[in-house]
Every structure is written in C-alpha cells, then in structure tokens.
Design a protein around this ligand. Structure first.
Ligand code: ZN
Length: 499
C-alpha cells in the first residue's frame, strides 16, 4: 500500500496547512490586536499558496493514479476508496482554474470588500458598482474554466459538490412559493407573538455565563471547545476535538447571543461527530455547506426554539436575569423566541422569512449569471423582489442591496446553501422523528445525546465521503424535498399565530 501511504502523508500536509490557516483566521477575528492585520494578510496568503501548490501538484496526480490501482474494486464507501475519489475531485477542481485567475479573484475580492464597507456606510451603490462589476466579470471567467450545463453550476459546486442549478432551482422556488402566502397570512393576523421580554438590559457578563452553560449542556465533547467573542459569529474546527465557537453579545437584546451560540455549537457538533479516522484527510469535513447549515439550524431552531428545550432553560434565565425574566412563564418565552416579522435585514430575520431573503438573492444571482441582469440594475431589482416576496419597502441601499458582504468577495452560489440547510434540517427532523418517536418528549427528558447519536450515525460520521445528494438519499430516505420543512413551519407558526 505504498502509494496509499504516500497519498495519506501528502493529504495530511495539505490538511495541516488548511487548519493552520483556519487557526490564523480565527485568531484574526477573536484575539489579534488591530495592528497585526497587514502581517496577518501575508501569513494567510502564504499558507493559501503553499496549500494550493500541493493540492494542484503533478505529484498528487501521480499518487492518485497509483493509489487507485491499489484500491482496486474495494467498496466505494471504504475509507481508501473514498479518500482517492474525493481527493481526485478536489485535485481536478484545483487544476482547472489558472493560478493567476485565482490570485486576481482573491485580490479584487479583498479590494471590493473594503470598497463595500465604505459604500455600505454611505449607502452609495454607485461607488461600489465598478468593484462589483470587476468581481462578477472575474467570476464569469472562473465559470468558463469548467464544463457545465448552466453557468451557475460551477459556482454552486464550490459549496454543494455535485449539485446543479436544474436540481436546486425548482426546489427553492417551491419553498419560496410555499412561504410567501404563509408570511403574508402571519402579517395579516399580526399579534400572537411578542419578544419584548428579550429586549432591555442584559449585562454581558451574565450573558457570557449563560452562553458557557448552554454549550456545556449540549452533547459536545468536554475539553474540545472554547467560546470567544467576535463581530460576525462563526464556528471553525482546528481538529475534530479542537472546535472554536464565537459569538457576539448585545447588551440590549438577549436573543442575539443566545441562539447564535446554539447555532454555532450545532456546526461544532457536526465536526465533533466525524469519524476520527478521517482526520488530516479531505474527508474530514461536512458533506457540504448546506449539510453543515442543516445542523446549526436544527440545533438553533428545531431544538433551541422548541417548547421543551426552552422550558428546561427557563430556570437558568430566571436566575441570571431575574429582573427581566424572573417572572415569565415557559409559553411566554416560547412565543418570544418565535416571532415572525418581515424585515429588511437577512441577518436579523426569523426562521420563516429568512428563506425569502435567500430566494431574493438566489434569483438575482441567477439573472446575473444568465446575463439577464446588469450589475447596475441590481438595486432596482432588489427592491422590487423585496416588495414581492417580503412585502417590505427598501428605504436605502444600505438596508437593501449593500447589506451583505458575500458578493464583494465573489461568493456567488453561497446564499442558496442557507435555505438548502433548512430544507435538509426539515427532512432530517422528519426522519429522526419517524425513528425515535416524539422528539419533543426526548428533549424534555434531557435526552439530547440520543438526538446527537442519531445524527452522528446518519450524517456526521460520513464526513465528506458522500456527495450531498447521496447523503440526503441515505440519511433522509429520498431526494431533497422542501415539503417537510414547509409542513413543519405551517404547523408551528399556524399554531402560534392562530392561522
Ligand atoms: Zn451557520
């Protein structure tokens, strides 16, 4: 097994370089003093270059050829066959894009991100437009490096391996068409839910104690995580047992940190549940961003905003924030955690309207890459879709087309993964319920490990061995389908809002 051993050694180096880069990134966002920024940018660029050089090397190609012979007709699910198959896929993708195009996308992306910060501050789309036009132009060249049926396919494939526009588009359109009337009905009904109790004074020190306690009570390996503060919360894995969770505390609103912490811990639990044998290989990751997001959202929304979980949390909330929450009851907390309100900003959206923010971005990205829309027309198109899907009027570009950083950095194809995550979570929840019975009763009994173990067997342990469509078929028993999610949202919010 000489070639396989050499392949594992090279994959180990590639992985170490990637994880070291993740650690530097985590440090930059949580610990680094501001004046370290220039040196850090160089360090990150060096690690990226070294990693890419190995990943796209002729040497890796030769090792993959020999290792494939050694693997022979072993079971495709085996570690060895998966290693060769997935590494080859990454090697081929890395070689398809010329190094100078990659570098140019990274360079223009970081220039555009800085321009975006200033433009958003001033709500000035015209100032951002030439930067975005350059980024879109580069991404069109990027797309041309691949064979595709639809020009959006290579962009989607960066985040959802193997998934195509032809599959994702009807799925997300069905989700959108199911949600627009639900959101309109909730809006007409009004009342029903009110989150005033979560607003007010919530001292940061007490919020930090709550966050630590919330994570400790989740089924995440002891001694394998830490929590730090940042501006835009994220979670990253340095290793299966070295997970970095971050959050942001808003002293005037408890909800900002509370559910963000559960969300990020959901990402961490997925990493923590990977088969240890996958460490230091390209298999040591989630199946896709959509699958990753299915876990953060399942723990945040299906579990963390459910009646049973909140009822268990209530005593701790009353103890830490006696003045605000000392006398509320579990039903009040449940309703406060589940307010649905169409709004302008995606990052502040609830679990129902969130998908419509995504539908809007997905539709605009498709129009851009199908050459049906110019960058200059984005603000008008954005505002029209906000009216159509969410029923909101966008007062300025800062709260409209300029609100997200993704496009500045060239991350087209990323947004749909958020809604795919919700769709997958809905399917997994249904499948888990069919297997384990009443999930709320299990949560009420404190059996979170049982849920985690089911997810571990069905999803986590496979890591990146399977394409997301294959994993969906095995874990959920069928292809991706928005109906379970739609049914769950109609039932939950129909009850809360008396529809
Ligand atoms: Zn997430």
């Amino acid at each position: 097994m000489a070639a396989l051993d050499d392949l594992l050694a090279l994959c180990g180096e590639i992985s170490d370089l990637g994880r070291a880069r993740a650690l530097l990134f985590w440090d930059e966002r949580t610990q680094m003093p501001p004046r370290g920024a220039a040196a850090r940018a160089e360090q990150l660029a060096t690690l990226t270059r070294l990693r890419h050089r190995r990943l796209s090397s002729d040497a890796l190609g030769r090792l993959l050829d020999s290792a494939r012979t050694e693997v022979g007709d072993r079971d495709p699910d085996s570690f060895e066959a998966s290693l060769v198959r997935v590494t080859r896929r990454e090697w081929e993708r890395a070689r398809k894009v010329p190094a100078d195009l990659r570098a140019e996308i990274a360079r223009q992306g970081s220039i555009a991100e800085r321009a975006w910060e200033r433009a958003r501050e001033a709500s000035d789309f015209a100032a951002f437009r030439p930067h975005l036009e350059r980024v879109v132009g580069l991404k069109r060249r990027y797309v041309e490096c691949f064979d595709f049926e639809h020009p959006y396919d290579p962009l989607l494939d960066d985040y959802e391996p193997g998934m195509t526009t032809a599959e994702v588009r009807p799925l997300l359109e069905r989700l959108r068409d199911g949600l627009v009337p639900l959101v309109a009905a909730i809006g007409e009904r009004g009342g029903g839910a009110d989150d005033a109790c979560l607003h007010g004074e919530f001292p940061v020190a007490a919020q930090r104690r709550l966050a630590e306690r919330v994570i400790s009570d989740l089924p995440l390996e002891d001694g394998a995580w830490r929590l730090d503060e940042t501006i835009h919360p994220f979670a990253t894995g340095i290793a299966i047992s070295d997970l970095r969770i971050t959050t942001r505390f808003d002293p005037g609103y408890l909800g900002a940190a509370l559910w963000a912490v559960i969300h990020e811990a959901g990402h961490a639990m997925y990493q923590n549940g990977l088969d240890p044998r996958l460490e230091r290989t390209p298999l040591c990751r989630s199946a896709s961003l959509g699958f990753d997001e299915s876990q953060s959202r399942m723990w945040e929304n299906w579990i963390g905003r459910g009646r049973a979980y909140l009822a268990r949390m209530l005593p701790a909330l009353g103890e830490l924030f006696e003045q605000r929450l000392g006398s509320i009851d579990a039903e009040e907390l449940y309703r406060a955690a589940n307010v649905v309100r169409p709004s302008l900003i995606r990052m502040e959206a609830d679990e129902v309207t969130y998908n419509l923010h995504i539908a809007l971005r997905f539709e605009l990205e498709l129009r851009l890459f199908e050459d049906r829309l110019e960058v200059a027309e984005l603000p008008d198109a954005w505002n029209a879709l906000s009216r159509e899907y969410l029923g909101v009027e966008v007062p300025d570009d800062r709260r409209g087309v300029l609100q997200d950083v993704h496009w500045a950095g060239g991350a087209f194809g990323y947004f749909p993964t958020y809604s795919l995550g919700n769709v997958i979570a809905g399917q997994l929840w249904a499948a888990m319920g069919a297997d384990l019975g009443d999930l709320e009763a299990r949560i009420a009994a404190g059996e979170l490990e049982t849920l985690r173990d089911w997810l571990g067997r069905r999803v986590y342990r496979h890591g990146g061995k399977l394409l997301p469509a294959e994993l969906a078929a095995r874990a959920c028993g069928g292809p991706l389908d928005p109906e379970p999610l739609l049914g769950q949202l109609r039932a939950k919010f129909g009850e809360i809002y008396g529809l």
